[in-house]
Design a protein. Structure first.
Length: 164
């Protein structure tokens, strides 16, 4: 069960960092008739990320997959901080934050699976989507009511923005 998130924590956030598959997507792997990979993104999540960016909060996407689809989606949403093919998500997170002079205690990270745990355990506000694996839900201070790819990111964005 999600614990209440203090308003002051939401207000001090300077960065929102997201895993992609299972957070911005439903985690499914879809293949077209010629073998091309497809992913389903939620447009409501996209608008939420745009609004977060407009509010001055840095947005970054960190994915273990090296996905052209993700790069195109990020470009459409005007998200420039996109890291693909990442094995060490915590290391990438720290490098990204260092370039922006943002501390780990000013960051929310949204994840869904075990490879997100090191990053989740390092930030001020670890968030798990509703359908995250049990260990990730246990590590989270906030568990969204929505599943990955089904508006969970919009839920996060709306709540952060409402705190301001």
């Amino acid at each position: 069960m999600s614990r209440p998130v203090p308003r002051r924590l939401l207000q001090k956030l300077r960065a929102l960092v997201l895993d992609v598959d299972g957070v911005l997507t439903d985690g499914g792997m879809y293949y077209g008739p010629t073998g091309e990979g497809l992913k389903r993104f939620n447009v409501k999540d996209g608008l939420g990320l745009r609004m977060i960016g407009e509010a001055g909060i840095e947005v970054a996407l960190i994915s273990g997959e090296n996905s052209e689809i993700l790069k195109r989606r990020a470009e459409k949403l005007q998200i420039g901080n996109v890291f693909v093919g990442v094995d060490d998500k915590l290391g990438t997170l720290k490098e990204f934050l260092a370039t922006r002079k943002i501390a780990l205690d000013e960051v929310a990270y949204v994840g869904d699976d075990l490879n997100d745990l090191p990053a989740l355990e390092a930030v001020a506000l670890p968030i798990a989507v509703a359908d995250a694996v049990p260990r990730v839900r246990k590590a989270a201070k906030w568990i969204t009511s929505r599943c990955g790819g089904d508006g969970a990111v919009r839920e996060v964005c709306d709540r952060i923005l409402a705190s301001r």
